[in-house]
Design a protein around this ligand. Structure first.
Ligand SMILES: Cc1ncc(COP(=O)(O)O)c(C=O)c1O
Length: 429
């Protein structure tokens, strides 16, 4: 395999079915082979050394993979396929979304150690930047403040759109213009390549927590960055020395899921739109957050609003806790993008590591619940939500199905200090 892109099929769905499978004819196979080798025998030391040199220089492939930390063919096929879906020259995958973020930071901020971040971002991403763990500093700002936040040593601008967990859209082209040549990374996990291609709007890098929709079945943890070949080379070099690899079994599952990605995303999106509308009319709900592509100027960068929404319940944290106790069809759990519906409390879980003040100033209140809508029937989901909302409204302390469970949902702390890992350093603004 080489990293050169074959001419693209125009239709996303055709690419989703066929990309990354170019070598099947030569191999005489119909499904991607899973290559579990950790090492690859050689017969000619000179040729093996040349392969090693190429991979160490960041090439996507060489005639001999040499060692699985340098290259794996099963992983390489998934990367080619994902690049084709993002319209990118290349993609580089990692063992998780956070491993992907870490590799980008190491690649982008060797000399330029300053990062501009637009909040909200996923809580652990926020923490990666705020903690300065990888030797970077951060200035947090809004989409309007990017130009002003730039410094001579800014190496990266980071945005997430739609944002986790508020579903706020950030106008990619507007941010790219303000960044004046500083590379912009877009975390496009919520949109997937089905609904948004940030590289078409000037972003240098698009990152996915592939754990979510790309995996799609709640059984893979992975991250991937789609970008130019120049960036991809740097990312492969970082991956090679830091070892944040994607396992070939996980790559196989990710590649296997791509042909149905669009079907899953569109089906769940239909239900999410319907639930967002119904929730907006419910007396126990004070606000619904779901992208409105017609009224939001950034809506033009998306081909659909997606299947994650957030809503605020009247009654604050106690009402949110009661609702989580009461749902029976949807599962109270973090993560998103699975076949089934997941509901969680960002201030108490995914964004708990961000301080209360920073959470609140970016719209992550204690009343906010995030819903990742799955593939169940929408009326069954609505029935579950309404009975749970009813309970949260009438202050039924514990729902019937969960009555046996102890209500041990954690109190949201005033400061998230206790939730931070040891030795990760202080916050840097
Ligand atoms: C938007 C977003 N980006 C990045 C991540 C991190 O990905 P991972 O959990 O695969 O490391 C997550 C995880 O929830 C996320 O929601």
């Amino acid at each position: 395999m080489d990293h050169e892109m074959k001419p693209h099929y125009k239709d996303f769905q055709t690419r989703a079915v066929h990309a990354g499978r170019d070598d099947f004819g030569a191999l005489g196979v119909h499904a991607p082979p899973i290559d579990l080798s950790t090492t690859y025998p050689f017969t000619d030391l000179t040729a093996a050394s040349a392969s090693l040199d190429a991979l160490v220089a960041g090439e996507a492939n060489a005639s001999n993979p040499i060692y699985a930390r340098l290259h794996n063919p099963t992983v390489g096929r998934f990367e080619k396929a994902l690049a084709a879906l993002e319209g990118a020259e290349a993609a580089v995958s990692f063992g998780s979304g956070m491993a992907a973020f870490s590799a980008v930071l190491l690649a982008a901020c060797q000399e330029h150690k300053h990062v501009v971040g637009v909040r909200p971002l996923y809580g652990t991403t926020d923490h990666l930047f705020s903690s300065g763990l990888l030797g970077t500093t951060v200035t947090w700002t809004t989409a309007d403040g990017v130009a002003e936040a730039l410094q001579p040593d800014t190496g990266l601008v980071v945005i997430e759109t739609p944002a986790n967990p508020t579903l706020k859209l950030v106008d990619i082209e507007y941010v790219v213009r303000q960044a004046s040549g500083v590379p912009v990374l877009v975390d496009s996990t919520f949109a997937t390549p089905v609904l948004q291609n940030p590289l078409n709007h000037g972003a240098a890098l698009v990152l996915h927590s592939a754990t979510k929709f790309l995996g799609g079945h709640g059984d893979v943890i992975a991250g991937v960055v789609a970008t130019s070949e120049v960036w991809a080379k740097r990312l492969r070099q970082v991956r090679l020395v830091t070892g944040g690899l994607l396992h070939p079994l996980a790559a196989y599952l990710l590649h296997r899921g791509l042909p149905t990605l669009s079907l899953r995303v569109h089906r769940a999106q239909e239900s999410a739109g319907e639930l967002a509308e119904r929730l907006a009319g419910h007396p126990a709900v004070s606000a619904v957050h779901y992208p409105d592509l017609r009224s939001d100027p950034a809506g033009r960068q998306m081909r659909g609003a997606g299947s994650v929404l957030a809503f605020e319940v009247r009654g604050g944290l106690p009402a949110a806790q009661r609702l989580l106790q009461r749902v029976t069809l949807m599962t109270p759990a973090v993560s998103l993008g699975s076949t089934d519906t997941l509901i969680q409390h960002p201030a108490g879980l995914t964004h708990r590591v961000v301080s209360q003040a920073d959470r609140e100033s970016s719209g992550v209140s204690d009343s906010l619940l995030r819903l990742s809508v799955g593939l169940e029937g929408v009326d069954d989901l609505w029935a579950d939500l309404t009975q749970a909302l009813e309970a949260s409204h009438t202050q039924d302390p514990v729902g019937p199905r969960r009555r046996s469970r102890e209500n041990n949902y954690p109190k949201v702390p005033g400061s998230a200090g206790s939730a931070r890992g040891p030795g990760l350093g202080g916050r840097r603004e």
